[in-house]
Structures are given as C-alpha cells and as structure tokens.
Design a protein around this ligand. Sequence first.
Ligand SMILES: Cc1cc2nc3c(=O)[nH]c(=O)nc-3n(C[C@H](O)[C@H](O)[C@H](O)COP(=O)(O)O)c2cc1C
Length: 242
Amino acid sequence: MENEQKEMTERVEQLQSQRTETENVILKRRSNRLYKKKQVPEFMIKRILEAGRFAPSAGNCQPWKFVVLREPELIEGITRTTVTVCKIFKWLIDYRYTGSLWRRLNANLNIRLKPNDLHPMPFGAVTLIADGKLGLYHDAPTVILIFKDVRGISNPDLDCGIAGQNMVLAAHSMGLGTCWVGFAKVAFQYTGKWKKRLGISYPYKFASSLAIGWPVGDPDGMVARPTHMTDWYENGTRKTVY
Ligand SMILES: Cc1cc2nc3c(=O)[nH]c(=O)nc-3n(C[C@H](O)[C@H](O)[C@H](O)COP(=O)(O)O)c2cc1C
C-alpha cells in the first residue's frame, strides 16, 4: 500500500514536469496540405489502420469500413468528381449571387435546410475547390476513405471520427503528415460513380477521409487555439476553468 502511494506520487510529480509523448503528438498535430511524392511504406499504413481498428465505439460495433487508395488514378478521379459537384453547387446556391431572384430564393431555402453544410466556412471552401484554388487531397500519395456502417448503434459518425483521429495521431507519431478531407463526401453523396467503382453499398456511407503522406517541411507544432471555458463542479461549488 505504501509502495503504491509512493509510485503514484512519483508519477504525478513526473507528469507535472513534463508532457507525455501522446500529449505532445496531440498538441503539435497540424493539418498538412503539402506532400512529397514519395509513397508511404505499406507497413506504416497497416499500423495506422490498426490504430483505427483499436478505437472505441458504441457497443463495440466498430461501424466502419476503411478503404485505402494508393492509385493516383482513383484519387484524381474522386477529386475531379468533387470539383464538378462543387461547380454545380456554386452555380446553384451561391448566396452571394444577386443576379437572379430564383437563384437567391433557392440559396436562401437551401441554407435553411442545410445550415451546417452551407455555413460560410465550408461554402467558401466549396467555391475555392470549384475554382481550382483549393486542392482536395493536396497530392497526398495515400488516402484512407472512412465509410460508416449506418447500422451502428448510437452515433456511427462519432465512432468513425474517433477511429479517424486514432489513425491521424498514429500517423503523426511516425513523422507523417495528414489532413482530414470531408469534402470528398459530395463525390459519394451526389453521384453513384465512386460507390460503384469501389464496391460500396448498404450499409456503408461515406463519413470522411484522410490524406496521408510525407510532409514537405515540418508543419507540426503548437499554435494558439481558442479557449472554451469549462464548468467544473466539485465540493458543492461550481468554478469555471480554462
Ligand atoms: C471532419 C473534418 C473535415 C475536414 N475537411 C477538410 C477538407 O475537406 N479539406 C481540408 O483542406 N481540410 C479539412 N479539414 C481540416 C481543418 O480545416 C483543420 O483541421 C482546421 O482548420 C484546424 O487546423 P489544424 O488541423 O492544422 O489544427 C477537416 C477537418 C476535419 C476535422
């Protein structure tokens, strides 16, 4: 019992003075949008997939399917389809367009129906992708598509997010760069081409995807982040902490 107490005290003192390796990877991870052409060795991608596989999920349903793309033809094809759909979106629902009453009404209606997708931030990116000013997979040599199993209990999107972030952190711990790429969703949601080509059907639906590769330079590093206040209840009082 005494030994246990001593070990715990030592551990706490050690933690007070230095961050763990895991914390460092979490705090320093940044999205990378510039990759070397050199492919990532297969064993590294397999270890990254394993990190995803070991993620927790509601009811241990593991409601995901990972698809690894390392063929430029496939990555470029999905990119082209995404650009095409973004162009159509831009034409149909660009709410900054004032030339036509019908288009303005249509934009207003869609913004109300899809407030998250058409928030100015993602919508701005849609127009950048449509105009060729923002790449989709940023020329990453490996892409992991994450499909959710819609039968998963509770919230399969959340489970896929947790699995994806496990993979991202594993990749960064190996010195790789990654970028979450949610925009590829439009290539799977609004066309059947890539689902057919990759053999994706019920119960799988696109959740998100990851670009992975060797970063040019070292994009990782801590940056200032907004601080959200946290309410903390203890000993009958409530305090607010950073
Ligand atoms: C679910 C999700 C989807 C994202 N989709 C894209 C995307 O399609 N394209 C892109 O360049 N970045 C994408 N990002 C990256 C975010 O823009 C980035 O995480 C955010 O700006 C914070 O920057 P940081 O990752 O460097 O900390 C996505 C991030 C998340 C979590």
